[in-house]
Design a protein around this ligand. Structure first.
Ligand code: ZN
Length: 255
């Protein structure tokens, strides 16, 4: 079987400007996420960042992408609208999309959800427990009952998204909040997974269970079809006899 082609997209700005982030992710979060996928054997993972020409998301790249992962935070506004439209078109045609952590506020996620995608947040180095609530879901395969993250950024409800078609994980935070941390939707022919753990100042993308979730999610979200929008006029598949248009229900409406 051919490998699943993943494009790992990262804004890549915190890694350049923040010493803590630079120390944890010297080559950017995208390089760790991509390497975590490659080590699972069935992925061909490449990376793209905001500062690449066309943000690294040309028509050619997206055409050859089965799943796109998206991490952004401080520069959502710098993502060009025509690139967002291009990504959206590819999702509707069948490309998978995994939106990670602060990507909840990205232009592409908001465009696909149709809501504000806002949430509560707090940076207090607190503990997060990611509870698996759908153990039979392919994204939860091999994860077990829970993932414990020693230090995390709190993301809390309400998460303003359309009711998820499937909720795989719910997180609890030391400070008391809960959050729907792993959610699935379909838009057009594309599958979308949102996964909240992944704040830039914590080494969350090195966590073996987090890497496993990302691999499972990429397998689940991978492109199955490529069906451009067409809205075609259709020839009948079998003959239709000639009908007169029935106007009888108009008769009481007068002249
Ligand atoms: Zn964050």
């Amino acid at each position: 079987m051919s490998k699943i082609r993943v494009t790992v997209w990262n804004e890549g700005r915190h890694e350049k400007s923040n010493a803590t982030v630079k120390r944890i992710y010297p080559h950017g979060m995208h390089s760790v996420i991509a390497e975590g996928l490659r080590r699972q054997g069935d992925f061909e993972a490449r990376t793209a960042t905001l500062d690449d020409p066309e943000h690294g998301l040309t028509e050619e790249v997206l055409k050859n992408t089965d799943v796109l992962t998206w991490w952004g935070h401080m520069a959502h506004g710098d993502v060009r609208d025509e690139v967002v439209a291009r990504v959206k078109k590819h999702v509707l045609e069948g490309m998978g999309l995994m939106v990670l952590h602060s990507g909840h506020y990205s232009k592409i996620f908001k465009a696909l959800m149709g809501s504000t995608c806002s949430l509560k947040w707090r940076e207090a180095d607190e503990k997060e427990i990611v509870w698996t609530i759908e153990p039979a879901h392919p994204i939860a395969e091999g994860i077990g009952e829970r993932i414990e993250i020693a230090n995390s950024e709190m993301y809390g409800e309400r998460f303003d998204v359309p009711h998820p078609e499937e909720t795989v994980f719910i997180s609890w935070f030391e400070g008391g909040e809960v959050f729907r941390s792993g959610c699935c939707w379909k838009r057009g022919h594309g599958r979308i997974f949102y996964f909240s753990p992944g704040h830039e100042t914590y080494p969350i993308y090195y966590h073996p269970q987090i890497q496993k979730v990302l691999g499972n999610a990429a397998r689940w979200a991978r492109r199955r079809v490529t069906l451009p929008d067409a809205c075609p006029k259709a020839e009948a598949v079998q003959p239709i006899p000639k009908h007169e248009v029935d106007l009888s229900h108009m008769k009481n409406w007068g002249k």
